[in-house]
Ligand binder design. Sequence first.
Ligand code: NOJ
Length: 569
Amino acid sequence: MNRRTFIKGAIALAATAWANPMIVIDAAENIKWWQRKPVYQIYPKSFLDTTGKGTGDLRGVISKLDYIKSLGAGAIWLTPIYPSPMVDNGYDISDYTAINPLFGTLDDFDELVAEAKARDIRIVMDLVFNHSSDQHPWFLESKASRDNPKADWYIWRDEKTNWRSIFGGSAWQWCEERRQYYLHTFATQQPDLNWENPAVRRALYDAANFWLDRGVGGFRIDAIVYIKKPALFVDGKPDSDGTCSVHNMTAALPGILDFLHEFKREVCDGHDIFTVGEANSVKPEDLPYWVGEHGVFDMLFEFSHVNVMFPHGEVWHRAELYKLSDFKQALTDSQRATRDTWYPIYFENHDKPRSVNNFFPAGTDRILAAKAMAMILLTLRGTPFIYQGEELGLSNVAFDSIDAYDDVSSRGQYDMARADGLSDKQALRFVHRFSRDNARTPMQWDSSSNAGFTSGKPWLPVHDDFKTCNAAVEEHDANSVLNFYRRLSAFRNASDVLLSGDYEELYHDSEELYIFTRRLGDKKLCTAVNFTTHDVKLPAGFKVGKKLFGNYRDEKNYLRATEGIICEL
Ligand code: NOJ
């Protein structure tokens, strides 16, 4: 199919889906393995250390496979485990086809793939193809001169623009050897690869195929919207500080899908795997071009629902209190736009604050909030992505100095806030609220020292609530968040309605309640969550049916603080 026909087809498909809410979708038996069960995301550095060095490793993951299986997961997405100087904790790769000794060996990896497979779980790798590390041999060669064989494997220019990198500071770095600037969308040590060069694309596809040959079940593809650069590099509309986010200049530019169709052909076609691209800025209405049979990926992580607090771009100190109706609208838009394809449902990952803090007012009960989010995560249509610790209801940390933060973006955001005139205390408050380290503190396994994560010194401090909030304590409590996740995940994986049913949002204008239904034939389930810390009356005419799940034991004809229910209608 040529490009024009494809685009016409995709538009027609999207238009039908938006216009016809009752369109018939896949019956549950037709859906694929990666649609049927949740994916569990692991940040290996913080998961479980088996050697006492203070950082997690692959053998730690192997030892917890039964725990992951107990959550009903069908796949594990590992954030990058390749050799890396770890400036951005592995998203700065110096070798695409090896394992970082910090995490183990290729033998450990093969054992993980095999042990997981024995439990019906596939391993999913993170492909970081927009940029490499500045220590990658490709970059070392590229920067050495203007005429070496890899001279144009990265983006080199004589002049820089006013672009600000995503982590703060100029997106251009001067290189004395070449007497030129190179572009880095993220940290200085993460130079952007030049996708216009076919040799670069070939090398990246070969790297992906290396992991397919080792039996992986799919890929999460990092920062993929940035791989296409503009034909001309010019200054963008400046913010108050005189710079312009690189994101505004390069995200999802025309032509990007041509690269990605090639990636699909060269890597994915013919394999029983799934792909999920990370795509900040792809709007729900554009999803039909990106996902499904005619798109380039199976699923796409778009950001509209997790960025509702950033109407002015992801500058933390310009965040605003979010409106529940905006959050619901974002979810509803993506549910609608993917009704004929598929959607990855997520509220947490290694880049986001813990959702019990992110989506609820200060002072909300942690356990109620964690269960309420679980009810939404596991009943929307799509594959739920559970981030390590989310199933325990882990919450944010607040270190008392910026020096205690490891995360490169927290430090960049702090500097931006200070440069904008905020005091140390004010700037730190935004770091507490949004730091990526909130999700990266060590996994809380038990009440022993360092939460059972390591016998050494953890690379990042353990949350100080670990004695009461950990997997071992929750294991023995039938009402824990962990056991709630297990029951709900088992229910979801066996429910035709939740796997395939249609989605409809109700009472959209409410700024207190999120209510939606899932319907298949004459079967209908309803999820209702009160996002406030006070009692809220149910909308007139709304009847609660038979309650199947809830975070309060008894039932009322209104929803109490942070109450969530799933009921049969
Ligand atoms: C998105 C990843 O999730 C994040 O952790 C990383 O810092 C950037 N991409 C750059 O690779």
